[in-house]
Design a protein around this ligand. Sequence first.
Ligand SMILES: [Fe+2]
Length: 453
Amino acid sequence: MTQTTRAPIETAEGAHTREWLRRFQRVRNASEALCAPLETEDYMVQSMSDVSPPKWHLAHVSWFFEAFILSPYLDDYQTPDPAYDFLFNSYYETHGKPFPRHLRGTISRPTVAQVYQFRAHIDQEMERLLSAPPAEHLDEIIDRLEIGLHHEQQHQELLVMDIKHILSCNPLHPIYRQDIRERLLADADQAPADQTFNDKAPRWHRYAAGVRQIGIDYPTEPAREHDGQGFVFDSETPRHRQYVAEFELADRPVTNAEFIRFIEDNGYSRTELWLSDGWSTIHRTGWQAPEYWEKVDGRWHTMSMGGLVPLDPDAPVCHLSFYEADAYARWAGARLPTEAEWETAADDQPIRGNFVENDLLQPAAQNERAGDGPQQLYGDVWEWTGSAFLPYPGFTPLEGSLGEYNGKFMSGQMVLRGGCCATPGDHIRASYRNFFPPQARWAFSGIRLARDV
Ligand SMILES: [Fe+2]
């Protein structure tokens, strides 16, 4: 493609492009900061097929900018290696053949150093493009840049999840960061030694029946005129009406201590609590507790980014499949909220919580109430809903290869809401729909109860 006109840097549009460049640099730096504590050997491990090696994440998010921005819009762009377009394509079949996901851990070359060089190359070329963007494609470039940045933020959360799983497979319980360990041990010291809960039953918030507006429309203003907060994925659109019957929502997530009671009440052995798929899954896998839980000297511990630490009884329970969340809810005489109920409750709540910026990378007990609404809706744990990930009425995927981003996964997945302790705080909103298969446990997934009135 030929570049004919260029947006002069001194115009308002040029200033705006510079702001996007700064945002690009912030997001790119955050990915590398998450990997800074890793040893070279950690970068290559694929501990299960759902996990990608950290090296692959770092390369793939860079490939995204190459494939969707630099190759189409920077006319003299040169890739460091044409094979990267195959190796680091995740699942964009209309773009080209992707490398098989389950084999990502077999690729020792390019090396970690070469992947960092690839990142530096992409950064440099994006800076070159954004410092003199072709004016006739500026809107498309900024739209794709914005998706690329949210994509990289999604992978930052995946990096934390995957690094945790990789380290958890090692019986030495490696410590990702010592300072996280010290913070978690200090919290555990304050908890009762017998891991009993302080026995505050959840409070319930009641919501009236009514026709609710669910989802969101694309921002009416072009993204380049926004501060970046107007971004939405296609799967959150369009805004539409849904009837929501009267319901109640618990004012906090289910805690570790509450889940221990479920275990001690033989929750994993009582067939009446389980969906058929869940029952067969726990028999096939032998699950008797959430992922990462281990009993040491009679006390429950959990793997964290600070190694193996005693479980904090008041912290939200985490690393559960949808099946376990559903069985727990039934045991507790409640149910999981639908995503429309969750969004109804979250709509007027401020977006604050234990996000990646808190730098604990672990769900935490909240000791002080913040505001009158349900607590910890955002951050800590993604909350399983009882809703399948399906298109909203009138859903239209993005055009071209980016239409593969969400739409083709609308089968066999359940929706989770609210973000977690590994989510960037400026990456979450009330309408955000995360999704995982019902058996997935390595995400920071937890439970909030709902019930009919
Ligand atoms: Fe991706």
